[in-house]
Design a protein around this ligand. Structure first.
Ligand SMILES: *Cc1c(COP(=O)(O)O)cnc(C)c1O
Length: 380
């Protein structure tokens, strides 16, 4: 069946007390019987309440994985997965343009634990082999980079991992399983900040890990000890959000595509970064691999920082806030938010100019969103 149908029904074959919607199990612990072992214990931190179980079954189904695990945040998913799969002495190859929290973790925390890493350029697979070591265990990429929306050579990542016996991990937050299913392409582990599209309503933080049962099981054991579990009330909200993922993604994709086209035509706009535009360097790859190019785009205006500030001030619909994937359009200047810890020179080196504006399209009507940008650009 289609993902749109599976998002609604998968994992919920067993109705609990006849309830059409899985109720919230607001209970930290569950009764056990004499003779049961540790693995039978049900306890909220062990991520095995009925609310967790339906989510795990649904996520595994829609991503095409054997097993899934939800976590207390996207960063809990990423750090727990890496710490479960890598040990002291191991080496990791990881993409150079990363989500800030992931970048800080691999460059500041992982070395303290004896895990080293080297950064690789996602679009230069010919340079990766030179960075291999005998201790290299894994390769890690993101589906699209933030905020320039670069699409790494994902097929080459899978081939490289297979050729060198590495585990391949991908943060698929920006695409969601509706637009891209990495496990079907051969990635071993798919990670999500479920805070974003999976939940879709900007009202919880959560994470998800999907992959083979032995990998997910090993990560679950670490998570049980580290304690980054997802509360059942947040599980309920994530589950409710997931059911409309397919419908929401269609509108996110459409809004970003139409807005990107409109902005690309505007004489005040010097650059639009969106993988759904033919002008994008990896347009062909995005078209081949993705069902849609997602809801996030970035742009550069004539007139630099002042113009960017006037655009943000003149827009009525988008809220100025970090994050993405909710129903409302959010707008940021990465130089003052996600990339503010870098110097202007460091930002320039990675192509994140001080006047770059990132738009995370919500699911408002496309015409209203475009009309708002038209009126705001007129006042820039
Ligand atoms: C937001 C985000 C994360 C971190 O997720 P949290 O839920 O905030 O912990 C990781 N990766 C990407 C690509 C993100 O956008």
């Amino acid at each position: 069946m289609h993902i749109q149908t599976r998002l609604i029904h998968a994992g919920e074959e067993q109705k609990i007390a006849g309830a059409v919607v899985t109720p919230i199990f607001q209970s930290a612990t569950f009764t056990s019987k004499e003779g049961q072992g540790y693995d039978d214990i049900r306890y909220l931190r062990l991520n095995n309440t009925p609310n967790h179980n339906v989510l795990h079954a649904k996520l595994a189904d829609i991503c095409g994985g054997e097993a899934a695990l939800v976590t207390g945040s996207g960063m809990a998913a990423i750090t727990t997965a890496l710490l479960a799969l890598l040990k002291s002495g191991d080496h990791l190859l990881i993409q150079d343009c990363l989500y800030g929290g992931t970048h800080s973790f691999v460059s500041q925390d992982a070395p303290d634990l004896g895990i080293s890493c080297d950064f690789i350029a996602g679009n230069a697979p010919e340079t990766w082999a030179a960075k291999l070591k005998s201790e290299t265990k894994a390769i890690y990429v993101e589906t699209m980079s933030n905020p320039l929306l670069e699409v790494a050579d994902l097929e080459a990542v899978v081939a490289f991992a297979r050729a060198h016996g590495l585990l391949s991990l991908i943060d698929n937050t920006f695409a969601s399983p509706c637009n891209f299913r990495p496990l079907e392409m051969g990635f071993d582990i798919e990670l999500h900040s479920a805070t974003k599209y999976l939940n879709g309503h900007s009202d919880i933080v959560a994470g998800a890990i999907v992959g083979a049962a032995d990998h997910v099981g090993a990560i679950a054991h670490k998570l049980n000890r580290f304690g980054g579990s997802l509360d059942t009330h947040a599980c309920f909200l994530l589950h409710r959000g997931l059911k409309t993922l397919s419908l929401r993604m269609r509108q996110h994709d459409e809004n970003a595509l139409q807005l990107a086209h409109m902005l690309a035509e505007d004489p005040q706009v010097v650059q639009v970064n969106y993988p759904g535009l033919q002008s994008h360097a990896q347009y062909d790859r995005a078209k081949r691999l993705f069902a849609g190019a997602g809801g996030v785009l970035s742009l550069e205006l004539l007139g630099g920082v002042e113009s960017a500030e006037r655009l943000l001030a003149g827009l009525q619909l988008p809220e100025s806030a970090p994050s993405l994937g909710g129903v409302e359009t959010l707008i940021t200047r990465p130089a003052t938010t996600s990339h503010s810890s870098l110097s202007p020179e460091e930002r320039a080196a990675i192509g994140v100019g001080d006047s770059l504006v990132r738009v995370a399209c919500g699911i408002e009507a496309t015409e209203d969103l475009c009309a708002d940008f038209t009126q705001a650009l007129a006042g820039v």
